[in-house]
Design a protein around this ligand. Structure first.
Ligand code: ATP
Ligand code: MG
Length: 378
């Protein structure tokens, strides 16, 4: 199968944050959006990415995305590929009253919102990504969950099953009268949970080398690694059945502690993704010891790995949304990121910069648009 490479992306915006009502035709070769602070650069990338996941990548609730004084927003994106069958049209609307969200793909409403996830194929690089490295394990689990939900069929369903059973099981553990019923939830917990663990472990195993190559590609010298740290002892288990067995025995061993603490203490809700950089023979945890630049490098390498996952899983070139990524990186690192992106023959790149002089991507070939008070000019 041929890689589906988009020709251009159309975007229609209404009442989204401070963005003016407009129809944009984003060029296939990408575009640099130049604008001063608070003009709407991040809002524009947020709008594009909303059509990929139907939520804000900044973690804002939907009603916050509605322009001040309005009561709904609407976004529509059209991808036009090299051939007509590559095209897709995704639209999303949200109404403040009743908190109604409506999503359509090619003008049809999918049965579940989950079915519409990932149609657009986009990856967002944001300055906040450094939190993927410096924050607690929850940030990295969220990263894994988003990447896997968008790229592995069945993952989202397993994750939802696991989370739902987990909260019921925790409720039973908290309530002395519920203690006798805890076991009722074990089967569902193990079913959903072992699928989640299996897919997370497979992803890390499959992409660890790429992550290292990206890390080295950007830093120029050091070797970065990622390692899956499961929330219970796998004891070498790798098949789903063996993972389920290991989970079951970890739950048995933890029973007393769970009753005492009133919550489920083993399982993928305790997973982490350890990110390290080589220091001689040893790997040092970047969360504890990494410099600002090293953490940023690891975060970029994670996003590049995410883009590679999309390319591999969906046979589609993702739109790369880069929000002011060169800030805080030394010029060597910035140059090498650009060289990497060119090597990878990344498709459409939409990047934002506060100053024209910050544009280094594809040198001068990339068109420049300006943004002022939410309106784009070119
Ligand atoms: P910076 O360079 O500082 O990152 P930016 O161009 O990325 O700036 P944005 O984050 O896109 O700026 O925000 C631009 C403006 O959008 C802010 O002034 C903010 O107050 C405004 N804004 C945020 N939410 C809404 C909303 N719901 N309705 C209207 N305006 C909003
Ligand atoms: Mg911004």
């Amino acid at each position: 199968r041929q890689m589906c490479i988009r020709d251009r992306t159309g975007l229609s915006i209404r009442n989204f944050r401070n963005l003016a009502e407009q129809e944009l035709d984003l060029p296939a070769e990408g575009v640099a959006i130049v604008g001063e602070n608070a003009q709407g650069k991040t809002n524009l990338l947020e709008a594009v990415y909303y059509l990929e996941t139907f939520r804000s990548f900044r973690g804002s609730r939907d009603h916050r995305l509605v322009a001040f004084g309005e009561d709904f927003f609407r976004l529509a994106g059209t991808l036009e590929g090299k051939s007509p069958e590559d095209g897709v049209r995704v639209a999303a609307a949200f109404q403040t009253r009743g908190k109604r969200k409506k999503v359509t793909v090619n003008d049809e409403e999918p049965e579940r919102l989950g079915d519409a996830l990932g149609c657009l194929a986009a990856v967002v690089f944001s300055p906040a990504d450094v939190g993927l490295v410096s924050e607690g394990p929850g940030a990295r689990r969220r990263f894994l969950d988003i990447v896997l939900s968008l790229n592995v069929r069945g993952y989202l369903g397993a994750l939802q099953q696991f989370r739902q059973v987990l909260s019921q099981r925790n409720a039973a553990l908290k309530d002395a009268r519920g203690l006798g019923t805890v076991e009722v939830w074990d089967q569902g917990l193990i079913e959903g949970g072992s699928r989640v663990v299996e897919e997370r472990a497979l992803w890390v195993e499959k992409w660890n080398e790429s992550f290292s190559a990206y890390y080295k590609g950007i830093s120029g010298v050091r070797i970065g690694r990622m390692e899956y740290q499961p929330g219970f002892a796998l004891n070498g288990a790798s098949s789903r059945a063996d993972i389920a067995e290991a989970f079951r025995s970890a739950l048995l061993d933890a029973r007393e502690r769970e009753a005492r603490l009133g919550s489920t203490v083993v399982g993928p809700q305790r997973d982490d993704l350890l990110l390290t950089v080589a220091e001689g023979e040893e790997g040092r945890d970047l969360r504890e010891y990494g410099s600002g630049g090293q953490r940023r490098t690891a975060a970029l390498a994670l996003r590049l790995t995410e883009a590679a996952t999309v390319r591999d899983a969906r046979n589609q070139e993702p739109v790369i949304l880069m929000d002011d990524v060169f800030a805080e990186l030394d010029s060597g690192r910035s140059e090498r990121i650009l060289a990497l992106m060119e090597e990878e023959e990344t498709g459409q790149v939409i990047l934002t910069v506060p100053k024209e002089s910050d544009i280094r991507l594809r040198r001068d070939s990339i068109p420049r648009w300006r943004i002022r008070e939410g309106a784009l000019e070119w």
